[in-house]
Design a protein around this ligand. Structure first.
Ligand SMILES: [Zn+2]
Length: 327
C-alpha cells in the first residue's frame, strides 16, 4: 500500500432496503470504484441484518483493496422513518424494526463515522448532487419500487420536517376504500402504483383467467416476475400488461400533480426500479396526467424527468451524505 492511498479519503454509500443491501466504495471525487451486494433477510431480525450490512461493507472495501482506515465516512439510507441526529431507525414497517440504534451499532463494528438518512431522502440527495447540473433551488424526487417514497429538497437542502418523517408520499390516500396498504390504511398511493401493487394486479387477473404473454415467459405462477418482464411483455404487444402499467402511471401522474400543487418544486425527478425498467412506457403518461390534474399555473416551467442514476442512486447519495457530513 502506498502512502497516498493510505489516507482516509474514501466514502462508502450503503443502500439498505427490505430485500437487498448494496454497498458502493467511492474515491475522493465520488467516483464509484467497487460494489458489493447481499440479501437483507429481514426475517432474521435486526442484529442479524446489522451483521449483514457490516459484512457487505467489509466485502466491498476488500474488493477495492482498501482498508476501513482509508474510509472517511459511511452514508446509509434506511427504509422508513430515520432520525439522522440520534442515528436511529425510528420505524421501518417492511423490516419490522422499531427504535433500532443503527448508527451506534455500525460505528462499533466498523470504527468509521456513520450517517443515516431515510432511503428516499438519500436517493434524492444523490440525484440532486450528481445528476442536476443546474442546481435548482427545489426538487422533488419520487422513487417507485417495492414501495413509493420521496425526498424533498428546498433551498438546496433536504427537508425532513418536524418529526423527520417528511416525504412519505407513498401513503397519501388516492382512493378511499382502495386496496390495503402495508401501513394499515387503504388506497394509499403505494398500494395503487408500486411494483407490489402492479404485481398484485397482474397475479390476481391471471388467477381469474386473464391471458398474458407473461405466463408464456415465466410459467403460470409468475414466480420470478420482475419489472423488466413487464416491459418485455408490452413490447411483445401484450395489451393487458400495457393497461396495468398505464393505470399505475396515471396514479403516479395524479400524485405528481398534487405534490406540485402543494410544494411548487422547480423540478420533479422520478426514479426507482419501476421507472428504471418502464421509463419509455410510463413517463409520457405521467407527465400528461400531471398536466391534466395540476392547478392552472402550477406547472409553468416545471420539469418532470426520469432519473438516469438507476439502481445506484442510493449508494451515490450515501457517499454524498458521508462527504458532506465529514467536511
Ligand atoms: Zn400506506
Amino acid at each position: 500500500m502506498t502512502e497516498a492511498n493510505a489516507k482516509s479519503d474514501h466514502y462508502v454509500g450503503v443502500d439498505f432496503g427490505g430485500t437487498k443491501i448494496l454497498t458502493g466504495i467511492f474515491d475522493p471525487h465520488l467516483k464509484c470504484i467497487g460494489k458489493s451486494k447481499v440479501s437483507t433477510k429481514a426475517e432474521r431480525g435486526a442484529s442479524a441484518v446489522i451483521d449483514r450490512i457490516v459484512r457487505c461493507v467489509k466485502d466491498a472495501i476488500d474488493e477495492c483493496d482498501l482498508s476501513l482506515k482509508q474510509v472517511k465516512g459511511i452514508g446509509l439510507g434506511a427504509p422508513g422513518a430515520v432520525d439522522p441526529d440520534s442515528g436511529k431507525v425510528i420505524f421501518a414497517a417492511n423490516l419490522g424494526w422499531k427504535d433500532v440504534a443503527l448508527k451506534k451499532e455500525l460505528e462499533k463494528e466498523l470504527g468509521v463515522p456513520v450517517f443515516l438518512e431515510n432511503d428516499c431522502n438519500i436517493c434524492a440527495l444523490g440525484v440532486y448532487e450528481t445528476e442536476l447540473k443546474t442546481k435548482p433551488k427545489s426538487m422533488l424526487g419520487i422513487f417507485v419500487g417495492t414501495g413509493i417514497g420521496a425526498g424533498i429538497i428546498i433551498d438546496g437542502k433536504l427537508y425532513s420536517g418536524f418529526n423527520k418523517t417528511a416525504g412519505e408520499v407513498g401513503h397519501m390516500v388516492l382512493e378511499v376504500g382502495g386496496p390495503k396498504c402495508g401501513c394499515g390504511n387503504k388506497g394509499c398511493f403505494e398500494a395503487l402504483a408500486s411494483r407490489t401493487a402492479i404485481f398484485r394486479r397482474v397475479l390476481s387477473a391471471v388467477k381469474d383467467g386473464q391471458k398474458t404473454v407473461l405466463t408464456e415467459m415465466l410459467g403460470n405462477d409468475l414466480k420470478d416476475l420482475r419489472s423488466g418482464d413487464l416491459r418485455k411483455a408490452i413490447r411483445k404487444g401484450d395489451k393487458f400488461v400495457e393497461k396495468v402499467i398505464e393505470e399505475s402511471a396515471e396514479y403516479i401522474g395524479i400524485a405528481v400533480a398534487s405534490l406540485i400543487n402543494v410544494l411548487s418544486p422547480e423540478i420533479v425527478v422520478l426514479g426507482g426500479g419501476v421507472i428504471d425498467a418502464l421509463e419509455d412506457e410510463m413517463m409520457a403518461i405521467i407527465v400528461e396526467t400531471a398536466m391534466d390534474y395540476s392547478l392552472n399555473g402550477t406547472m409553468n416551467g416545471v420539469e418532470i424527468i426520469a432519473s438516469k442514476t438507476g439502481d445506484d442512486a442510493g449508494i451515490i447519495g450515501g457517499a454524498v451524505l458521508a462527504k458532506k457530513e465529514t467536511k
